[in-house]
Design a protein around this ligand. Structure first.
Ligand SMILES: [Zn+2]
Ligand SMILES: [Zn+2]
Length: 318
């Protein structure tokens, strides 16, 4: 069910939260047991799609604000990480995807599915760049048998009608009583549709860089944010990574053309002046010889403010 962005912004103030579908009582499962604190939880902090360890999964985050979860990216493992963070999957309402690399969207379909079989009864809004509608159509097709069976056999609502897709471009993509969310195109070749996000929630601002090389526009976009969640790459480790390859110079140039060196993250943060800079989407992610102090020291060459080295399941207050 595609909706235009304009349509959504105009209508959302009154329509959101009002769309519910009647369910047999057996599907009215436990809701949020208690009101949750407002918080940001890093669910998956490694860069890239290769799965190494549950301790550091591909990209995923959740903000819980006024008891509403906002999921940002759905890398592999996001469903279990959300459960672990205390978020009931059936209560999901908003999902935002920065770009269509698999370390950011691989579990989108499965997350929606897990929400559905967990008792989802209201609309769930998914925001992603162009390609979202085709991605979900293919996903529904691949699970056609099970979806039809559960609708008929178990009396569930049609998941395909509960999911509202929004293929966004740059600008404000959500504006209602829940939040103001805007997108900024970042620099992540060869992906052209790749974005940073800014969440304004009450008097709090949280900015996600998404995957990007050094992107000066991000500094103004993130100005004075409470949290700037920025991806990061470690130069010396990339040298070590590529040194044995014949195409080393080209490979290094390729990595740096779409990711940001720690020193350059420091430059962005020095201009944006966030209350806290949170490092995230580590490249490389599996080199344990790079300590937290090494990541921090590299950023410190240009930034003297608060720095947190992100970890999966790290909770930050909002
Ligand atoms: Zn990525
Ligand atoms: Zn990417």
């Amino acid at each position: 069910m595609p909706h235009s962005r304009k349509d959504f912004i105009i209508k959302s103030g009154i329509a959101l939260g009002a769309v519910t579908v009647g369910l047999p009582s057996k599907f009215k499962l436990l809701s949020f047991s208690n009101k949750q604190e407002n918080k940001l939880v890093l669910l998956g902090t490694k860069g890239g799609p290769v799965v190494h360890s549950y301790k550091a999964g591909p990209s995923a985050n959740v903000i819980v604000y006024n008891n509403i979860p906002f999921v940002i990216d759905t890398g592999y493992g996001v469903s279990f990480k959300l459960v672990e963070a205390g978020v009931a999957l059936k209560d999901l309402k908003y999902i935002f995807i920065t770009h269509h690399h698999s370390d950011h969207n691989l579990e989108l379909g499965n997350l929606l599915y897990n929400s559905w079989v967990g008792g989802l009864s209201a609309s769930i809004h998914v925001f992603a760049p162009v390609g979202l509608i085709a991605l979900l159509q293919a996903y529904w097709q691949s699970n056609h048998f099970d979806i039809e069976t559960r609708i008929t056999d178990e009396g569930r609502p049609d998941i395909r009608k509960l999911v509202i897709t929004h293929e966004y471009t740059e600008g404000i993509i959500l504006l209602n009583n829940d939040a103001e969310v805007s997108a900024l195109k970042n620099i992540h070749p060869p992906v052209t549709e790749s974005y940073a996000f800014k969440f304004k929630l009450g008097n709090k601002t949280v900015v996600f860089s998404g995957d990007t090389t050094y992107c000066p526009a991000l500094a103004a976009f993130a100005l004075d944010a409470d949290y700037l969640i920025h991806e990061v790459a470690y130069g010396p480790a990339i040298d070590a990574l590529v040194i044995r390859r014949d195409n080393a110079p080209k490979l290094k140039a390729s990595i740096l053309s779409h990711h940001t060196l720690a020193e350059d993250v420091g430059k962005i943060a020095a201009q944006a002046k966030p209350k806290t800079l949170v490092l995230n989407h580590f490249v490389p992610a599996d080199d344990e010889s790079i300590t937290d102090e090494m990541w921090t020291k590299a950023v410190r060459t240009n930034f003297s403010g608060n720095i947190i080295v992100g970890k999966d399941m790290l909770q930050l207050p909002l």
